[in-house]
Design a protein around this ligand. Structure first.
Ligand SMILES: NC(=O)c1ccc[n+]([C@@H]2O[C@H](COP(=O)([O-])OP(=O)(O)OC[C@H]3O[C@@H](n4cnc5c(N)ncnc54)[C@H](O)[C@@H]3O)[C@@H](O)[C@H]2O)c1
Length: 501
């Protein structure tokens, strides 16, 4: 059993408080509004969840000190606009080492901080150190309140903490996945609300499923573009916190963003639409920061701009849709894939030879580059399959200095590396040989014999000797020793330059 303090007694805070109490945890709820606490503790009802009964074991307090004291987890469940004021109120009573889980979804204008970044910012100001987790996914409070099967993502850079939160929140109605990409998960949570507003506006205008599908798909494309530019994982965007939450928010009757958009599409003024919804409409709050991020990272976000035009600049929704439809022609497929496709076509005529190699390529060094140079010399086109961060952590049990995106960017800057793709699991090698039309598979000779089975796929298998006296394990060890830190890698591997770990 864990002791959990819930800060915020709105719809989501109370649905989670009930669930956690029913799972046997010791739950105390605090709200900034004393009358709310009075009403919740006496009626055992939350006004927006009329069918939900709050268990008698759920405790309530109007003291922020009480809600923080002796708690294993502090659950921040206030709307995004109150996250900073709430952490400021709570910070004197928070202890080093407590785990703070945030469920609010938003981005702060001007600072462009996500919710856990705001909390970290306030903790840093007083020199406190807590583990921060973003808990986000396709989760309507109305359904969690009825124990309807639901999934969610526990995101934390420290996977041990992510797993601890997974253990505490997981039950037969809530399945929790972990993800180390906190920023990606939080961006998804904030921006999908903007896209849901767009979907609602389209419905309000009387448009149909085609329009909604278009907005969701192209909306996800622009969210992903921004996330990638910011160094987040692409996979996060196609996962539960991304595509999952977008589907739920853009299609559900419970979604306030969708409902607010619908009213706007019907001609209600945005401010009045928010009032009619009666609860926080996070998509509207997220608009300014999303646009600022798009500008900062030079990413085109036409749907977000269109929604902003309607909500904040008084643009006429029907005209905005016409403008979106009449934008310049585009290809749905990125230029890299077009190039790849053309090369594959060309390969049949020119006899081009394609070479592939696998690795982590953290702390890129001469040994790695020397291997890549020799690999490329075995053919015409070199593909590097680069271990994703999740694969490194979950399967190889090691943490890299640089993220997947950073390692990828470095590899792509090497003249003779033609394509970098992710390695997600141990088993993908056989299918990669076919999908990428590989002629030659190359690894360092520390792997000698281990991949001979790929010859069955009609591939030449080559093991190259290491570059003498270069080892990234040694480099990492030296770095750790210099920092006075224990090695983070859980795996000790006798590193050779050709096992590019
Ligand atoms: N409702 C859901 O299904 C759901 C699901 C996942 C995430 N979320 C996210 O959780 C957050 C909260 O959503 P909600 O649905 O509970 O919103 P809500 O509108 O129900 O929350 C209102 C609550 O905010 C608190 N509050 C009001 N004024 C405050 C103040 N000045 N300072 C501190 N707290 C104050 C009060 O407890 C109030 O009950 C949002 O960011 C939302 O995106 C909601």
């Amino acid at each position: 059993m864990s002791a959990i303090g819930v800060l915020g007694a709105g719809t989501w805070g109370m649905a989670l408080a009930r669930m956690l109490t029913n799972c046997g945890h010791d739950v105390t709820v605090w709200s900034a509004i004393p009358e709310e606490i009075e009403s919740l503790s006496s009626t055992r009802k939350q006004k927006n969840l009329p069918d939900m009964v709050i268990p008698i074991e759920t405790k309530f307090t109007t003291s922020v000190e009480d809600v923080c004291r002796d708690k294993d987890i502090l659950l921040f469940a206030v709307p995004s606009v109150f996250v900073r004021s709430t952490i400021r109120t709570a910070v004197p009573y928070i202890l080093d080492g407590q785990i703070i889980v945030d469920v609010a979804k938003g981005i702060e204008p001007d600072t462009l901080y996500t919710m856990t970044q705001i909390i970290r910012d306030e903790l840093d100001k007083v020199g406190k150190n807590c583990s921060l987790v973003a808990l986000s996914g396709p989760t309507h409070a109305e359904e969690v309140a009825k124990d309807i099967p639901t999934t969610i993502v526990s995101a934390c850079e420290d996977m041990e903490v992510a797993r601890k939160v997974q253990d505490i929140f997981m039950n037969s109605c809530l399945r929790v996945y972990t993800n180390p990409d906190v920023q990606g998960v939080e961006l998804c949570g904030a921006i999908k609300n903007v896209i849901a507003l767009a979907a609602g506006i389209a419905s309000g205008l009387g448009y149909g499923d085609n329009t909604k599908a278009a907005l969701m798909t192209r909306g996800m494309a622009e969210m992903t573009r921004l996330g990638k530019a910011m160094g987040c994982y692409e996979q996060t965007f196609s996962g539960l916190a991304g595509m999952g939450d977008l589907i739920v928010t853009a299609t559900s009757e419970h979604s306030r963003n969708n409902r607010c958009g619908y009213l706007i599409g019907q001609g209600v003024k945005p401010a009045d639409a928010v009032k009619q919804v009666g609860m926080v409409v996070e998509g509207i709050n997220a608009l300014p920061a999303t646009l600022q991020l798009a500008e900062k990272y030079k990413v085109s976000m036409p749907i977000t701009e269109a929604v902003n035009g309607i909500v904040n600049e008084g643009n006429e929704p029907r005209k905005v849709v016409v403008d979106l439809m009449n934008r310049d022609k585009r290809s749905e497929i990125g230029t890299t894939i077009n190039y790849e496709h053309a090369l594959l076509q060309n390969r049949r005529n020119t006899g081009m030879k394609r070479v592939i190699t696998y690795g982590t390529y953290d702390l890129l060094h001469y040994g790695h580059i020397n291997l890549l140079r020799r690999a490329k010399a075995l053919g015409d086109y070199l593909i590097v399959v680069l271990s994703s961060d999740e694969f490194n952590w979950n399967e190889k049990h090691k943490k890299t200095y640089f993220t997947y995106e950073q390692r990828k960017q470095l590899l792509e800057s090497i003249r003779y590396v033609d394509l970098v793709i992710p390695e997600e699991n141990w088993q993908q090698k056989r299918s990669d040989m076919h999908e990428y039309h590989i002629d030659t598979f190359v690894m360092g000779d520390d792997w000698k014999g281990k991949f001979d089975f790929l010859k069955e796929e009609g591939v030449e298998v080559v093991y190259l000797p290491r570059t003498p006296e270069i080892s990234s394990s040694q480099m990492k060890k030296d770095l750790h020793d210099a920092d006075g830190v224990d090695g983070e890698s859980k795996v000790t591997h006798d590193d050779l330059d050709t096992d590019p770990q």
